[in-house]
Write a protein that binds this ligand. Sequence first.
Ligand code: C2E
Ligand code: CA
Ligand code: CA
Length: 247
Amino acid sequence: ALQRGVKNEEFSLYLQPQFTRDGAICSAESLIRWLPPGKDPVSPGAFIPIAESTGLIVQLGEWVLKKACQYQVELKSLHLPESFSIGVNISARQLVEEDFIDKVNQILLQTGADPEHLKFELTETCLVQDIDRAKYILGRLRKMGLRIELDDFGTGYSSLNSINNFPLTALKLDRSLINGIEKKDSKKAIVNAALAMSRAMSLSSIAEGVETVGQVEFLTRAGCDMFQGYYFAKPMPFQEFTNFINQ
Ligand code: C2E
Ligand code: CA
Ligand code: CA
């Protein structure tokens, strides 16, 4: 079904806005949705792992990047900050493709998107699979002007070494750290430490899964740079996103 879905383009790329500490919109994360006709939507948590294990993610990831670049170009006509950027999730499988950089360049050329306003979200698990390769690819992307965010920071087996090893521009604190932070001193300590680390290494910080005013207040005091979550807005289709901006 996923194969057919890719062939028939049964996907939609949603956008979820991200905000600075002052409440200004600064960027958006693109999130894929599978909408098989006549059936219930399938969550990416269910089909991305299948796309990864079958290799379909390469084709799908290309579609995502192209769409995200098209959005970036279209959004230039709206009243957004000059630095507004779009985030794209990249899977490990895409990174090891021989022609990954060529594909990125090709899509940038085709769409006329600006690499300076594009950020790739990569997880630590993805980066450590082939450290030398990941370092090389990230270096090339940075030279092209893209920004790199370390996604899901604080989950899985994170080795703090990654922050040192790779040319990153931001740390993205995972939702699991943010969830319940108002009540848990241990989470507060971890988040404070992560934010101190990102400052010391001149990285930006962004919190995902921000759902309550209490979380916003804590994160603001702790010096987190950017926020994303249901408290502000859910991921939405492109048209809805443009309405959201216009309002
Ligand atoms: P992720 O990269 O960690 O994305 C954040 C997830 O948190 C998204 O789930 C988003 O909808 C959800 N979220 C955002 N704000 C909140 C909040 O306040 N509360 C809660 N409970 N959830 C929130 P989604 O869209 O279901 O995506 C799940 C995962 O699928 C993503 O996790 C990412 O790993 C993967 N994914 C999504 N789109 C793509 C894509 O285009 N390419 C690749 N390779 N992976 C993708
Ligand atoms: Ca992400
Ligand atoms: Ca996450």
